[in-house]
Write a protein that binds this ligand. Sequence first.
Ligand code: SAM
Length: 370
Amino acid sequence: MRFFAVAAKGTEGALRDELKEIGLKGVRADRGGVHFEGALSDGFRACYESRIAVRIQTPLASFEAPSAEALYEGVRSVDWSRWLTEQHTLAVRAFCRSSVLTHTQFIAQRTKDAIVDQLRERCGFRPSVNLGDPDVRVFVHLVHNKATVYLDLSGDPLYQRGYRVAGVEAPLKETLAAAVLRLSGWDRSSPLVDPMCGSGTFVLEAALWAARVPAGVLRPRFGFERWACHGDAERRAIADLRQEARERKPPPAPFLLGSDLDGHAIKIARESAARAGVRASWFCRPLSELRPLRQPGWLVTNPPYGQRLALQPELVVEFGSVARTLHRSRVVVLAAGEEWARVFPFRPEQVWTLHNGDLVCRLSCTVIRL
Ligand SMILES: C[S@@+](CC[C@H](N)C(=O)[O-])C[C@H]1O[C@@H](n2cnc3c(N)ncnc32)[C@H](O)[C@@H]1O
């Protein structure tokens, strides 16, 4: 089977490296994600293990669709009874670019019609649509009049790990945090601190990654577990994955610290850490009180940057002073706009452009040398 792991723009390279490390085959980065191949159980494994993929999908059919009729017939060429019974619900989403059909809602509607009509004619039932919490999610990608119909394996997006306690403004997506950690070159054993940690996403993802805990360990279920064809063999495959992960011996935990001047955010970070079953030090204190690290490590942070949370110029100056106390450490900053880059007094060694939802961000990694 072929699969496509969807990634936030700019994180495709990090996801490619991760999927190779997981042991998947035919791994190839592309725009917006990474292709790989394998058995259905490899698709399950990607859902369960990948920290960076937002979704895992498998293409069911690919065909020319220069018209609504061609799209309808192409979708009807798939045998949908494998995935849906009368009890199953369905949702279709679409994306299109440079094609005759330009309206994503229309494309999704015609795709849904083709699926429902086929099942009614062949099997005598009509599956219902549930846009909020469907059993089966279908995604149509239409580019240059070529349609690819994907079936989603993930269900809810994979950044919904199951440990996050709600209640903080502007939390980072877990999948993006995991990509930043990998791009930063963190070795999973050196100290790692986030002095503006908010709900603690970097520290929590670092703790889980260092402990070799699969990203999906707390998810009650994935999308594929709701398919009509999910039977005993598939249940055994996912049970085996869970068992194998439980038997992994975690290496010694690194020193991890999250601090923030917002006491409520720290409370939430602590509660999330308890849910995730990981250990870290959490403090409610301002950036200026960050102590120098005992050994060189990584400072990874996502400061307020003027979009969702206001950026104060004095904070950037203060951040520069803190960085000066971190000789031989790496300072990794994910921020939107050029302001941080302009004021930060060290030249970064590497810079990436990453998309945080609609926000284009700059990720910089600087080794502090005084
Ligand atoms: C964009 S949010 C970080 C979000 C975080 N990465 C998460 O996943 O929840 C920026 C954080 O910086 C904190 N902050 C702003 N000024 C600070 C300061 N002087 N000292 C410590 N934290 C500060 C805010 O309280 C906020 O939680």
